[in-house]
Write a protein of this length. Sequence first.
Length: 276
Amino acid sequence: MRHAILAATVVATSLLWASAAQADQLADIKKKGELVVGVLGTDEPATFIDPKTREIVGYEVDLVNAIAKKIGVKPVLKQIAVAARIPELQQGHVDLIAAGLTHNKEREAQIDFSLTTFVTGQKAIVKKDSGIADVAGLAGKKVLTIRGGTQEPNIRKAVPNVEVVTFDTSQQAFQALQQGKGVGYVDDEAALLRSYAKLGPQKARYTVLPQNLSTEALAIGIKKGEPALKAVVDDTLRELEKSGEADRIFLKWYGPKTASGFEKRSFKLESDKIDG
């Protein structure tokens, strides 16, 4: 019996030490002096490369810069692909993900999420001469979107017999639409409207379908089992909201003077709960 109790004590102690080691990512970040954040760098205006400075800037970048400042370390941005976001975080290659990441119940089993940082719908844009007037009209048609996001499953759910072709970046998918490789393109509303605005006179050849495919809550991704890191991330976001800085950052990148053209923000940085 003594041997069994001793063995159980050793196992319990080992698990406790392992848990403590795993749950000390914030201390590791402070020790190395940098916060490594996975970003897309191709998702204007959330994270994209400034053509003048060649640096990655954007809405999500401003948020993670504030988090790094709160921790007292240097922010380091690492470009990653959409499909690689969660694996990069789980494998410890990045400390956080700020890469247009949708917070949903399925992903809650894999990672933790910050307070919601953005709320957007997903929409489809089609060529006007396709004659398609609503989402149902995409049935049996070829639709283009980005690989590894929620866009593909959402359009398949809305239109079960649609044909979907995916690309590594939203720019590639939207360019494929212009090249006639499909009749429609699906993306988050903010990104889609920005791409649409950049068409200039060519906008007359396209129509943004009125229905939302879904409503997406976006958030910063955090490795599971890191309560101290999640706390500092969420505290920073709450402070940005309380000070009014969150609104200023939103309007800087999405406001009426930008290509996105949003008059105001329809959400607050206040909760990490989602519906569904």
